[in-house]
Design a protein around this ligand. Structure first.
Ligand SMILES: [Zn+2]
Length: 315
C-alpha cells in the first residue's frame, strides 16, 4: 500500500486470490472449468466488470468501460480447444480481451455453491429463511479435509454445511402459488419469457427451494426436502410433466408413508436466476480486497444476455 490514504490497486493474481477465497475452485463440480481464462497475473487491476455470460455485447461493454478484468459466471470454454484463432467466435473473444488488456475469470459451480453465492442470492430475493443447501457440497467437504479446516474455519462463513447445490427453507409468510410467482417476477431482472408456473395458482406455499440455472436434475432432492414450490430454470416438458405425474400418483397410492412433496414449479429465464448473485460478488470482492488494503472499481453488467429476446402470449 502506498503512503497516501488511497488504497492501492491489486494485481490480477491478488484479485484471483480474493475470488478463490470467496468461491474456492475445489468446490466446483468435476465437469466444470473455472478460474482464470485469460490475463497476466502480474498486471494491475483497477476496474472489474461482473456478468453472467462472456458474450460479444458484454466484451464490448468491458472494453468500452476500460475494464482490466471481466468475471463471468458461465465459462467461455467448457471443453478443450485446439485453436483460439480469431476466425471463431470464441477465439475472437479471446483476441479482443487480450488486445484490449482485459483478463477473463470464471466462477461457475463454485459460485453456485458458496455462501452468498448464486443460490443464496436467489433465496434472499424470493424470501427464503432458515435455509440449507438442497445438496451439501461434497467438493466442499473434500476441500475442508484437504486443508485440515474445521467447518467454518475458512474464509467468510466457511466450508461447512452452508455450501452446496440450491437452497431450501421457509417463506416468511405462507402465500399462494400465483402470488409467489409474482414475487419471483418482481425480484428478478426482466426477460422476454417472464415467469411460468405449474400448479394450482390458489394453493398455499410455505416452503420453497431454489436453484439458479438449469435445475431439473435435482427434482429428487426437492421432493425429499418436501418443498412446496421449486424455482429454477430451463425446465423441459418431459421432466416437468413426469415429476408432477409421479409425485401425484405416489401421494395418492402410498399415502402418508410415501415420498413427501409434490412441488409446484416456477420456471425463470436461466440468465435471470443467476444474475442476482453478481451484486453480492461485487460487494464481497470489495470487502475481501479491502482487508488487504486494496481496492478496485467494480460493477455489474446490466446487459440482458438471455438468448430469448421476444415472446407473444398464446390466445
Ligand atoms: Zn448457468
Amino acid at each position: 500500500m502506498s503512503s497516501s490514504d488511497t488504497p492501492a490497486h491489486p494485481t490480477l493474481a491478488q484479485v484471483v486470490r480474493a475470488l478463490d477465497g470467496l468461491y474456492p475452485p475445489s468446490t466446483a463440480e468435476g465437469w466444470d472449468a473455472v478460474g482464470l481464462v485469460a490475463g497476466d497475473p502480474a498486471a494491475p487491476v483497477g476496474k472489474v466488470l461482473f456478468a453472467v455470460d462472456p458474450v460479444a455485447t458484454v466484451i464490448d461493454e468491458a472494453l468500452d468501460w476500460g475494464a482490466d478484468l471481466l468475471v463471468t459466471h458461465h465459462p467461455l470454454f467448457l471443453r478443450g480447444v485446439s485453436s483460439v484463432a480469431a476466425t471463431t467466435f470464441k477465439g475472437s473473444v479471446v483476441h479482443r480481451l487480450l488486445t484490449g488488456g482485459c483478463a477473463l475469470h470464471v466462477a461457475h459451480t463454485n459460485a453456485d455453491a458458496a455462501p452468498r453465492g448464486v443460490a443464496d442470492a436467489l433465496a434472499d430475493l424470493v424470501g427464503i429463511t432458515d435455509r440449507r443447501p438442497l445438496e451439501v457440497s461434497a467438493a466442499g467437504e473434500t476441500h475442508e479435509l484437504s486443508h485440515g479446516l474445521a467447518p467454518g474455519a475458512g474464509h467468510g462463513t466457511g466450508y461447512g454445511t452452508d455450501r452446496g447445490i440450491g437452497r431450501v427453507g421457509r417463506l416468511a409468510e405462507p402465500t399462494t402459488l400465483a402470488d409467489f410467482a409474482r414475487r419471483v417476477a418482481a425480484a428478478l431482472p426482466a426477460t422476454a419469457q417472464g415467469i411460468r408456473f405449474s400448479g394450482d395458482p390458489d394453493a398455499t406455499v410455505t416452503t420453497a427451494a431454489v436453484l439458479g440455472g438449469s435445475g431439473d436434475g435435482y427434482f429428487d432432492a426437492v421432493r425429499a426436502a418436501a418443498a412446496d414450490v421449486y424455482v429454477t430454470s430451463d425446465l423441459r416438458h418431459h421432466p416437468a410433466s413426469e415429476l408432477r405425474e409421479r409425485a401425484e400418483f405416489e401421494s395418492r397410492t402410498a399415502g402418508a408413508s410415501g415420498p413427501a412433496g409434490t412441488p409446484f414449479l416456477v420456471d425463470t429465464a436461466h440468465y435471470a436466476s443467476e444474475w442476482p448473485w453478481l451484486r453480492y460478488a461485487v460487494e464481497d470482492l470489495g470487502t475481501a480486497l479491502a482487508a488487504d488494503g486494496l481496492a478496485v472499481e467494480a460493477r455489474v453488467s446490466e446487459i440482458v444476455t438471455d438468448p430469448w429476446t421476444g415472446q407473444v402470449p398464446s390466445r
